[in-house]
Design a protein around this ligand. Structure first.
Ligand code: B4P
Length: 191
């Protein structure tokens, strides 16, 4: 089994690239953002709670995110592995993911970060906001809040995975297929 985390700031292309590389390795793509948005559009209880945080650019609380993610993972077992996009986003989430995988005799093999500067991220997200209807893409203020959440809660994961010698960062700027090729050659060189 191969388990990969695609890591990066909001708008760095985690979702875009995860969906482009998953078939290459026959992995299940798990996106916490997509699961929350699906629940929101279906009006479920989980969706009603999640949207309150997402619409402000804040992270959804750990206890909600972790239990939702555990159910997702279990629902796809058995499989060849996962590509996690947007999860983990806090140390507690990373520890919970490790515990869950360990209980199934599995582990995270590699964490690949997409490196993109804040100016480009803001441009990308505002551009998407014109057509996506996503409330969290609608203003620079909300995007800055997401970047702040990243700095405070998600950035510490870099060290968490560096200590485990699983972290690698690649340039996330360029044409979609250029970034995909970089990502695939990085994964291939590490597995
Ligand atoms: P997510 O849905 O995970 O999304 P994201 O961080 O906004 O973007 P991503 O990096 O996936 O970028 P994308 O490929 O879409 O999170 C949204 C919210 O959900 C969070 O703020 C939080 O509230 C909540 N949430 C999710 N997971 C959570 C968790 N674990 N814990 C707590 N809360 C959680 O790309 C962005 C845009 O850039 C697209 O328009 C794309 O087309 C464009 N783009 C991508 N690559 C490009 C390239 N190479 N060149 C030009 N444009 C590019």
């Amino acid at each position: 089994m191969l388990n990969i985390v695609i890591f990066g700031k909001p708008g760095s292309g985690k979702g875009t690239q995860a969906s482009l590389v998953k078939d290459n390795y026959d992995l299940v793509h798990v996106s916490t953002g997509d699961v929350f948005r699906k629940n929101t559009s279906q009006g479920t209880e989980l969706g009603k709670v999640a949207v309150q945080f997402m619409s402000k650019g804040e992270l959804v609380p750990d206890e909600i995110t972790i239990s939702m993610l555990k159910e997702e993972i279990k629902s796809f077992m058995p499989c060849n592995g996962f590509i996690f996009d947007g999860f983990p986003r806090t140390i507690l989430q990373a520890e919970s993911l490790d515990d869950l995988l360990k209980s199934m005799e599995l582990k995270i093999d590699l964490v690949v970060a997409l490196d993109v500067d804040n100016k480009k991220l803001i441009e990308r997200l505002l551009k998407r906001g014109k057509t996506s209807g996503r409330s969290d893409d609608q203003s620079e203020e909300k995007i800055n809040k997401r970047l702040e959440e990243y700095d405070n809660k998600t950035k510490p994961l870099i060290n968490f995975y560096k200590i485990q010698e699983k972290f690698i960062s690649i340039n996330g700027v360029g044409e979609f297929n250029e970034v995909t090729n970089r990502l695939i050659s990085t994964i291939d060189s590490k597995i």
